[in-house]
Design a binder for this molecule. Structure first.
Ligand code: UD1
Ligand code: UDP
Length: 436
C-alpha cells in the first residue's frame, strides 16, 4: 500500500539514481582487423557508443588488413583507439598470430576492459580472444557457433572459430543452427544469445543510399547494354592454386557461351589470388577485373547483378537480402541457411560444375526464380541492439542474457513461386474453357 502512494516515489528515484552510480560503466573493447570484421562490427560499435552512459568503448584495429579495411573504417566513421599495424606482405599465419597476440595483449593491459568482443573466424578474432584469455578478461564472440565440420575447410577459419569458442564467456550465435552447434559441443544454454548476423544491420543501414559508379573502380563498365551482370569474388586460402585456376577457366567458358553476360570480379588483395586471376583473366572480353570495391560500391553492384559466384562468407549472408541467387564456390559451408532456404547452392570449384550450375541459372527461368524467393535467413537488422543489450545485462549480472522472445528467429521458409511450366497446363485449360 505504502509503496503505491505518491510519497514513496522520490525515495525510490533516489535509490535508483544511487544504484546507477554504483554500477560502473562497462568497459568494452571491440577488435577488428579485416574487411568483413569492420563491416560486421560497424553498427555494434555505433550502438555501444549510442549507449555511452553505460559503456566506455575502445576499438582495436589490429591492421591485419590495411587498405581493404581502412576504406571500410572511413565509410563507417570508426577511428580506432589502438591501431596495431600487424600486416606484412604475403604474411604467414603463425607470424600474423604472434603479432596480433602480442599487440592486443598490450592494448588490453592499457585499457583494462570488462569484456573483449571479437567477430567471426579470422586470425585477428582467434588471437585476440587468446590475448584476452591470457589477461583473464571475458570474451564475447560475435558470429559464434558456425561449423563446417571440417577443420581444413575453410582453412584456417574453422579451427579459429572453434578455438575462440573455448575461451568465450558470451556466445552471440547468429542463428538457431549456430546455437545448436554450440549446445552440441557442451556450451551452456545460458551463455548463448541468438542475435542474427550483424551484416544485415549494416546492409540495411547503407543499402538505400543514392549511388553512382562514376569515380569508382566500376566506372566505364557498361550497364545499359542489356547484358546480365555476374558478380564473382574468391579469396579462400584452401582454394589458392588449382581450384582458383579452374574457377578462372570456368568464367572464360561462361562468357564464351553466353554473349549476353558480363562478369565483374573485384579481386582480393592477397598476392596469391591476384597472380592467378590476373594471369588467366586479364584482357578477357566481358570479364572486368577491378580493385576491391568500397562497401557502398560493392553493395550497389550486388543489387544490380543477376547472379553471384563467391566463396565469401559475408557475401553469402548479404545476397539473400536482394534475392540474388548465390553459387557457393566451396566444398562445404558453415552458413547452410541460404541453401536450406533454396537461395544458394554449394557447387565446389570444379570447372565443369561451375559452368553447368551457372549455365542452368542463365538459361532456365524457373530454376532462377526458385532461387530468388524469400527473406534473408541470416538476420533482421536488429542484431547489434541484441548484442549490446545482452552485454549490458551480463555486466549487471542479470539473467537471462536476453529474453527468448527478443532473440532472432528465422523468417518462414520461402514457398517456391509457381513455375511458368506449372502454369502452362493451367493456362491451356483456361484457354480451352474459354472456347467452350
Ligand atoms: C583474411 C582472413 C579470412 C577472411 C578474409 C577477408 C585469416 C587467416 N584470414 O584472409 O578469414 O575471410 O581476410 O577478406 O584471418 N593484403 C593487402 N592489403 C589488404 C589486405 C590484404 O595487401 O588490405 C594482402 C597482404 O599481402 C596479406 C595478404 O593479402 O599478407 C593476405 O591477407 P590475410 O589477412 O593474411 O588473409 P586473407 O586472405 O585476406
Ligand atoms: N566486400 C566489399 N568489397 C569488395 C568485396 C567484398 O566491400 O570488393 C564486402 C562484402 O560486401 C562483404 C565483405 O566484404 O560484406 C566480405 O569480405 P570477404 O569476402 O573479404 O571476407 P569473408 O566474408 O569471406 O570473410
Amino acid at each position: 500500500m505504502f509503496a503505491e502512494s505518491g510519497q514513496s516515489r522520490p525515495v525510490c528515484k533516489l535509490i535508483q539514481r544511487n544504484c546507477r552510480w554504483k554500477v560502473p560503466k562497462c568497459r568494452v573493447i571491440a577488435v577488428l582487423g579485416t574487411r568483413p570484421e569492420a563491416i560486421k562490427l560497424a553498427l555494434v560499435i555505433a550502438e555501444f557508443r549510442r549507449r555511452s552512459e553505460e559503456f566506455e568503448t575502445a576499438v582495436i584495429h589490429t591492421g591485419q588488413h590495411r587498405s581493404m579495411l581502412d576504406h571500410a573504417l572511413k565509410i563507417f566513421k570508426i577511428k580506432p583507439d589502438f591501431d596495431l599495424d600487424v600486416m606484412r606482405p604475403n604474411q604467414t599465419l603463425s607470424s600474423l598470430t604472434g603479432r596480433v597476440l602480442d599487440t592486443v595483449e598490450n592494448a588490453c593491459h592499457r585499457f583494462e576492459p570488462n569484456i573483449v568482443l571479437v567477430q567471426g573466424d579470422t586470425t585477428t578474432a582467434f588471437a585476440s580472444a587468446l590475448a584476452a584469455y591470457y589477461c583473464k578478461i571475458s570474451v564475447g564472440h560475435i558470429e559464434a557457433g558456425l561449423r563446417s565440420g571440417d577443420i581444413y575447410n575453410p582453412f584456417p577459419e574453422e579451427a579459429n572459430r572453434r578455438l575462440a569458442s573455448v575461451m568465450t564467456e558470451i556466445h552471440f550465435a547468429p542463428t538457431a543452427l549456430s546455437r545448436d552447434n554450440l549446445l552440441a559441443e557442451g556450451v551452456p544454454a545460458e551463455k548463448i544469445v541468438v542475435t542474427g548476423n550483424t551484416v544485415v544491420d549494416t546492409l540495411r543501414a547503407l543499402s538505400d543510399l543514392p549511388h553512382s559508379w562514376e569515380g569508382t573502380p566500376l566506372a566505364g563498365i557498361p550497364r545499359d547494354d542489356g547484358r546480365r551482370l555476374v558478380l564473382v569474388t574468391s579469396h579462400r586460402r584452401e582454394s589458392l592454386g588449382t581450384d582458383q585456376q579452374n574457377m578462372c577457366l570456368a568464367l572464360k567458358d561462361l562468357v564464351k557461351k553466353h554473349p549476353d553476360i558480363r562478369v565483374i570480379y573485384p579481386v582480393h588483395m592477397n598476392p596469391n589470388v591476384r597472380s592467378t586471376v590476373n594471369g588467366l583473366l586479364q584482357d578477357t572480353e566481358r570479364i572486368h577485373l577491378t580493385e576491391p570495391l568500397g562497401y557502398i560500391d560493392f553493395v550497389s553492384l550486388l543489387r544490380s547483378c543477376f547472379l553471384v559466384l563467391t566463396d565469401s562468407g559475408g557475401i553469402q549472408e548479404e545476397a539473400p537480402t536482394f534475392r540474388k541467387p548465390v553459387l557457393v564456390l566451396r566444398k562445404v559451408t558453415e552458413r547452410p541457411e541460404a541453401s536450406q532456404f533454396g537461395m544458394a547452392r554449394i557447387i565446389g570449384m570444379s570447372r565443369e560444375a561451375i559452368v553447368a550450375e551457372a549455365d542452368r541459372l542463365l538459361t532456365d527461368t524457373d530454376a532462377y526464380q526458385d532461387m530468388s524467393e524469400g527473406e534473408n535467413p541470416y538476420g533482421d537488422g536488429h542484431s547489434s541492439e541484441r548484442i549490446v543489450e545482452a552485454v549490458s545485462r551480463w555486466h549487471q549480472k542479470k539473467t537471462p542474457l536476453l529474453e527468448a522472445d527478443k532473440q532472432f528467429k528465422l523468417p518462414p521458409r520461402p514457398h517456391p513461386r509457381r513455375r511458368s511450366s506449372d502454369l502452362a497446363p493451367v493456362a491451356a485449360r483456361a484457354v480451352s474453357a474459354g472456347k467452350e
